[in-house]
Design a binder for this molecule. Structure first.
Ligand code: HEM
Length: 112
């Protein structure tokens, strides 16, 4: 079962890499809109994260306050990406907030 947990963590990290990598490509080339890689990376990280929130193997300890905060931030990231695409927003501050929230969630995962 631990190998399964590691497998989902691996998938979670690939989703995170796609989300942050996709964001950085856009931000550093001056295109302040989410791209396909971000739109795939977020649900991959999200679904794998939800699976990792199941306490397996038995006895595995999880910090549910931390996970709830991460869940809310991930939902806000998704909402902002959706609003940005729907309203065709191309301003740097709006897109930059998405990047900061991605980094915040990674920071919370590592430091909390
Ligand atoms: C944008 C969204 C997210 C990002 C950038 C992100 C980032 C990360 C990173 C970098 C790690 C590895 C850190 C470590 O293992 O110490 C991690 C682990 C983890 N994440 Fe996320 N995460 C996101 C969303 C979520 C969501 C929505 C959940 C579930 C509610 C979640 C649950 C977890 C769990 C449980 C682990 C630790 C796995 C373990 O120790 O067994 N994540 N996350």
């Amino acid at each position: 079962m631990l190998i399964l947990r590691h497998l989902f963590l691996f998938v979670h990290l690939i989703g995170f890499a796609m989300l942050l990598g996709g964001f950085l490509v856009q931000y550093l080339t001056g295109k302040f809109q989410s791209n396909l890689v971000m739109r795939i990376g977020l649900p991959v990280a999200f679904v794998a994260g939800l699976i990792l929130a199941i306490p397996f193997p038995s006895g595995y300890q999880l910090n549910y306050t931390k996970l709830a905060v991460k869940l809310v931030i991930a939902l806000i990231i998704g909402a902002l990406m959706g609003i940005g695409t729907k309203q065709n927003r191309t301003d740097r501050p709006f897109f930059g907030v998405i990047g900061l929230l991605i980094l915040l969630n990674a920071g919370i995962a590592v430091f909390w």
